[in-house]
Design a protein around this ligand. Structure first.
Ligand code: AMO
Length: 469
């Protein structure tokens, strides 16, 4: 439930239920109007009890037929679960349960003695997804009915946590001098390779949905904004069908002038440290709600373990050796896949960076690593990943800021520099060395909440088979 202490009255309520419950004593005898979802109705005949819930709490309402419009009383008595109801009544202390001698009484609870109200919208029956009961339905049914799924306490808690993570991330970056930008999502050239673009018609020309804010965040820095960040959608037409890939995801990006790969790894680890510390300090109630559900499902509880700084750095060449020693099949120059990451995670279970990938495996905008070659003499880069366990959270790196080399890189990757002049022109008039990263928000949330599927922490996920709701 959300803290609503500061919420102002609205046309539909004088108080949130959370305010009534927490102000308690000081509201006894006061008339309030509350609105919420009907959870249960008990009692027949002349009196009934309605449990009402809003996003901030739940409270029992006491209704007596003689005290109100009788038609309204009858409607409430037969109201279906999850219908929305507005009630006006006086706050009273609930009769305390008897306690045995020597036991201390429980804290007081409050109820509303209703005098009037109205049914705002009747819920259809049966509910396709139960809100307060424990009936299990599959993820697909839940996602088809996300509007109801979100009313379940632990699902709601996940999305509150998501909002907190973004808030703390923003907060940290702003404190480090970054400013928030928004870059276009309709674009003409691929940042991350041409194979996984969603094409679209833009009036009479061809355009694409953006795979990453990469080129534009760099242009913002080249233009003098110095340190920028963006939290926005990225689209990838990848035919993946996994627990961690979606075709639309929220990418949390930064870019900073006068910074290299080490500098932005520092920003990343400090930001994650801040997020974890703030969640631990402020949001244990949300973690507890998620744990209550996890226990009911026979899953282990999650704990917010604040990671220590600095995160381990396991350079690509070393990572390959760890995988080989662990019995994994891998050669220098291969991608490090999830099953390889398991072998690395056995040694480094928490967050860890994998810096200095081979240059040939990195996009054209990545800077090479000077004075250092790979095991077989190949060029290394200033590109890095951040992993947790078997999953990649982030890619990033120092960028090439010299336009002639950039154009050479483009040609080397089979791309035509003429298609990128909107980008390369940004480097022609003095370009600061710069670096940045892109973090998959949902992947980070999976770590924090213990969710086994990225769809759990995305409101309306888009995958190969899902474009609605
Ligand atoms: P990259 O392509 O590695 O790098 O993406 C950055 C991070 O975004 C997340 N991610 C995804 N999440 C869910 N579904 C997907 N299909 C998906 N694809 C990527 C991952 C990944 O680590 N421009 C660079 C970043 C940079 O260098 O600044 C980029 O986009 O967590």
């Amino acid at each position: 439930m959300r803290d609503s202490a500061e919420w102002q009255p609205t046309s539909y309520r004088s108080h949130t239920i959370g305010q009534v419950v927490s102000l308690g004593d000081s509201l006894i005898g006061t008339e309030v109007t509350i609105s919420g979802y009907a959870e249960t109705v008990r009692g027949r005949g002349a009196i009934c009890f309605l449990m009402l819930r809003d996003g901030t709490g739940r409270i029992q309402a006491f209704l007596k037929r003689d005290n109100m419009d009788q038609a309204f009383f009858d409607l409430v008595q037969s109201v279906s679960r999850e219908s929305t109801v507005q009630l006006t009544g006086v706050v009273a202390e609930k009769r305390a349960p008897k306690v045995k001698e020597g036991e201390s009484p429980p804290p007081p609870e409050y109820e509303i003695n209703v005098s009037s109200g109205s049914i705002l919208a009747i819920a259809s029956t049966p509910l396709p997804v139960g809100v307060t009961d424990d009936v299990q339905v599959g993820l697909d049914v839940r996602l088809d009915n996300r509007h109801l799924d979100l009313r379940r306490e632990h699902v709601n808690a996940m999305f509150q946590l998501r909002s907190r993570v973004l808030q703390y991330g923003r907060e940290h970056l702003i404190a480090e001098g970054f400013q928030e930008i928004n870059t276009p999502k309709i674009i003409a050239a691929a940042a991350e390779g041409g194979t996984n673009l969603f094409p679209m018609k833009y009036f009479d020309t061809d355009a694409y949905l953006s795979q990453s804010p990469q080129l534009y965040k760099q242009l913002a820095v080249l233009g003098g904004l110095e340190r920028v960040f963006e939290i926005g959608p990225a689209f990838r037409a990848e035919k993946h069908d996994t627990y961690r890939h979606l075709n639309e995801f929220i990418s949390f990006d930064i870019e900073g002038a006068w910074m290299d790969d080490e500098d932005v790894m520092g920003v990343q680890e400090r930001m994650i440290f801040h997020i974890w510390s703030e969640v631990k300090k402020n949001d244990q109630n949300l973690i507890d709600i998620i744990n209550k559900y996890r226990i009911s499902q026979g899953n282990e509880e999650i704990e917010v373990d604040i990671p220590s700084l600095p995160f381990p750095r396991i350079p690509y060449c070393e990572a390959i050796e760890i995988v080989k020693k662990g019995g994994g099949e891998i050669e220098w120059g291969d991608d490090i896949e999830s099953h390889h990451c398991d072998l690395i995670a056995a040694k480094f279970p928490g967050f860890h960076f994998i810096p200095r990938w081979p240059m040939a495996m990195k996009p054209f905008y990545i800077h090479h690593k000077e004075n250092e070659k790979g095991t077989t003499g190949e060029q290394l880069s200033r590109g890095f990943d951040l992993n947790f366990g078997r999953d990649e959270m982030t890619s990033g790196g120092a960028r090439e800021h010299r336009v002639d080399i950039l154009e050479e890189n483009l040609r080397g990757m089979g791309l035509d520099p003429a298609d990128f002049t909107f980008y390369t022109d940004g480097f022609r008039y003095g370009a600061p060395p710069h670096a940045g990263w892109g973090l998959g928000v949902a992947r980070l949330l999976m770590v924090l909440t213990g969710a086994g599927n990225v769809r759990e922490v995305v409101l309306f996920p888009r995958d190969r088979s899902r474009v609605t709701p």
